[in-house]
Design a protein around this ligand. Sequence first.
Ligand SMILES: C[S@@+](CC[C@H](N)C(=O)[O-])C[C@H]1O[C@@H](n2cnc3c(N)ncnc32)[C@H](O)[C@@H]1O
Length: 212
Amino acid sequence: MITYDQTKYLDGLKLKGDSDGHIVANYQIVSEHVAKRLSSKHQSEDILEVCCGIGATTIFLAKTFSNVIAVDLNGKRIDLAKENLQSLGLSNVNLINSDIFDLDMKSIREKYQTNVVYTDVEWTISGLYGQDHANHITDTSPATDKLFHFLSKNITNNICMRLPKTIDITELRHLLKCEIEKVYKNNKLSFINCYFGDLVEHKQSEFRFEWD
Ligand SMILES: C[S@@+](CC[C@H](N)C(=O)[O-])C[C@H]1O[C@@H](n2cnc3c(N)ncnc32)[C@H](O)[C@@H]1O
């Protein structure tokens, strides 16, 4: 069922999405924080967003970057992202319905000035007792290690990855030197952002926000 949700957004912003799309969407306050942090190192550039879903993060990347190339495997979510962006008058996003590994990266490199990537893979795996959040980087969809190597080979290693709090941080640190930013909602660890390449500022950091 397609519904409007405003529980994760400010100033009455309502986004259209499928029920799972709403659940996995990022909070506006975190998306704005990430967009600001990434653009501070990559001003006037374009950004590649992998796994954009219904566009909850795309909106804030589009407000900060010159252009966004936003990719998702799920065609229905791409349509919803299109509607959400259109309703806000944001026209600097190229929405692409594709598996990231099938995308022609050469044409992206030729067409855009992009040296920074944001990713938000699926965290859940089916376990014995239902859905669990992944512990290992190989268990996200797409697999975080495969995605990291693909992006660093084809675009850049200036990558920010949003990941579940259950993920093995040692495995992430084996990919490349990185900064783990723990995101706390109402003093409770909610998820992490992992920064690589020139996005690294510290070994570890925190972002805290309050939400009703
Ligand atoms: C956590 S959701 C993204 C949420 C989104 N960032 C937001 O804030 O609304 C993960 C998305 O990854 C997409 N996805 C999974 N595997 C993919 C792949 N191989 N290529 C592109 N997108 C993929 C799914 O369709 C899903 O919409």
